[in-house]
Design a protein around this ligand. Sequence first.
Ligand code: G4P
Length: 190
Amino acid sequence: MKRMEEMILAKGKVLPGGVLKVGSFLNQQIDTDLLREIGDEVARLYAGAGVTKVLTVEASGISMATAVGMALRVPVVFAKKHKTSNVDGEVYQARVHSFTHNIDYDMLVSRDYLLAEDRVLIVDDFLAVGAALTGMRELVEQAGAECVGAAIAIEKSFQGSSDKMRAEGFRIESMAVIESMDENGIRFRE
Ligand code: G4P
């Protein structure tokens, strides 16, 4: 998506360690025009997929997932990273290692919100090493539901996981795919 690439070039900041800071338009302050455009674009791409639910993980995935859910007119479910009083009783659970933050955490979602008959679209703001996406795919599998694919705002393909998943037949649609980035600039996939 051209607009996403333009925003990354205009407002993103490349930090050491392959991290892109996008707090000014995606992660902390949210550009709502951009968000609406992302929702419409993802809805267009997955129009024929029969999506019944959007799944993301807290926290930064929720805004994009909501925009997508509104455009597709389906409910949005987000996995929690900590057990709270909202997630009691029966849950689906997946253990995830965050490479960026070097911690392990559990992703949890109530069994009430993912059903065997669901066709689930996974949405997230970043696809880096793919641990979060793999965890969410596990939750969908535990529910016996179908995962139709993933929609990602910013994919960092140089971190390796995304093309491997595509090669295995998993559909991933990213609004911007960064092939490389460093102090000399950011290069997008054509
Ligand atoms: P993964 O998302 O592919 O699993 O990779 P990783 O384990 O490295 O990502 C861990 C966290 O770091 C995720 O957020 C992810 O969105 C975020 N992240 C990864 N690469 C970047 C980047 O280049 N820039 C920014 N801004 N974030 C990145 P999280 O820990 O789940 O936190 P939250 O913000 O969603 O609460």
